[in-house]
Design a protein around this ligand. Structure first.
Ligand code: ADP
Ligand code: ASP
Ligand code: MG
Length: 421
């Protein structure tokens, strides 16, 4: 039986017709190596952003179902165009949307989770000699309702399909040469990592390194699909391999620095300090599928016997959170709620920080030396995150990258040149 390789191409890689023709060459090259090839594509360039903007121009509060109906169209365009480009080169190719295959999710709009992927049609089609092109990001419920996997979710489509097909490898092609110690657009001398553990990559992705959708890393880890991030424009480079931590030699305490500009800080003030208040607050958000990231509860004030709870949510959930809190704050007997969008979450990540004291204090001291105030802190075994003012984020990333010695002598090529395949 032939090996199956899954390739995923992101928005920049299919941004115009020349780039789509370039992708067709990369797909054909993999086919010519004797493999069966399944390709997952994102929408062209910034299509999804434009679609979301159109929706909000028409209706400031579009329904999640209609947003999914609209956003899912972007990937259909790139899927068909890439298939035509491959056919134009004389190869058999066919495109499928998520409904045609059966990429099944739970019944949640705009950030659904995959529960099953049917493989019969895909296997049949591969046996007929086709290169298969699939629309990423989109999915359907058991009842045939269109859903999407959350922004950046095509990575997750690709890894889930690779896992369902028991693929040899899943290659995520993008506009940088792999996973770097931080976003190379912010720190041009960031170092490309040859390998990184699933655990570190998961934390990096959750902390805002959007080079991989967090759930794609979770899925790869769970199913042990070998996952690679590599460039569509410099394809001779093998990029970054994501693998189990037990296979790695850990030298540095910190593997990477990430920034997340998509969070909003919410502070609920003067909540009566009685059992069950936090449960009421957070279950009302959970019921509406709103994820909360950092949480801090202050000490109870002696006189009023009240405390404050501060937490962060994603900007996408801001409107929904405001309307939920309008009701819940009254139920809790809290005094007021404030929202701050002018914040950034800066994180350092590294499996090497386990049992190595002094990493957190180095981070805090570096921020202090740069006159950067820390508003919230959260930690995991291999991550420390600080919430700071947005205007300080670039300065914070650059100085943390430097203090943990993550730079190299070369400048990252974030655009690259078209390969000659
Ligand atoms: P695609 O359209 O291919 O899915 P994305 O824009 O989602 O691409 O992800 C690639 C981008 O991720 C890069 O252009 C880079 O600016 C950004 N990025 C953020 N952090 C990192 C990191 N640690 N390593 C590599 N890229 C990163
Ligand atoms: N097109 C979708 C987005 O922009 C999915 C993706 O690119 O992965 O979020
Ligand atoms: Mg992406």
């Amino acid at each position: 039986m032939k090996k199956i390789i899954v390739q995923k191409f992101g928005g920049t890689s299919v941004a115009d017709t020349d780039k789509i023709k370039n992708v067709a060459r990369l797909v054909i090259r993999e086919k010519e190596l004797g493999n069966d090839v399944v390709v997952v594509v994102s929408a062209m360039g910034h299509t999804t952003d434009h679609l979301v903007k159109l929706a909000h121009d028409i209706n400031p509060n579009p329904s999640a179902r209609e947003l999914d109906m609209l956003m899912s169209t972007g990937e259909c365009v790139s899927m068909s165009l890439l298939t035509m480009a491959i056919q134009a080169c004389g190869y058999k190719a066919i495109s499928y949307n998520a409904a045609q295959i059966g990429i099944i999710t739970e019944n949640v709009h705009t950030k659904a989770r995959i529960i099953d992927i049917k493989t019969d049609k895909l296997r049949e089609s591969l046996d007929e000699g086709n290169i298969i092109i699939i629309a990423g990001f989109q999915s359907v419920t058991e009842d045939g309702e269109i859903t999407t996997l959350g922004r950046g979710g095509s990575d997750t489509s690709a890894v889930a399909i690779a896992s369902a097909l028991n693929a040899e490898r899943c290659d995520i092609y993008t506009d940088v040469e792999g996973v770097y110690t931080t976003d190379p657009r912010i720190v041009p001398n960031a170092s490309k990592l040859d390998e990184i553990s699933y655990e570190e990559m998961l934390e990096l992705a959750h902390a805002g390194a959007n080079v991989l959708h967090p759930r794609s890393v979770e899925t790869a880890k769970h199913s042990a699909v070998p996952l690679r991030v590599r460039s569509s424009f410099k394809c001779e480079d093998m990029g970054t391999l994501i693998l189990g931590v037990e296979k790695m030699e850990i030298n540095k305490p910190v593997a990477g620095v990430a920034v997340d500009l998509s969070q909003v800080r919410v502070v609920v003030c003067d909540i009566p300090d009685t059992p069950g208040e936090a449960a009421t607050l957070f279950s009302s958000l959970a019921k509406e599928n709103i994820s909360v990231d950092m949480i801090i509860q202050s000490y109870a004030r002696k006189v009023s016997n009240t405390n404050d709870i501060a937490f962060t949510i994603n900007k996408e959930d801001l409107d929904k959170t405001k309307s939920i809190l309008d009701v819940v704050v009254k139920d809790l007997g809290a005094k007021e709620v404030s929202f701050d969008e002018n914040i950034a979450k800066i994180s350092i990540i590294g499996a090497g920080m386990i049992d190595r004291p002094g990493i957190a204090s180095t981070m805090f001291r570096t921020l202090a030396e740069n006159n950067i105030n820390i508003r919230m802190i959260s930690t995991s075994e291999i991550k420390i995150s600080c919430l700071i003012d947005k205007e300080n984020s670039q300065n914070a990333i650059k100085s943390l990258h430097e203090v943990f010695n993550l730079g190299c002598d070369t400048i990252a090529d974030v655009k690259g040149t078209l390969p000659d395949v």
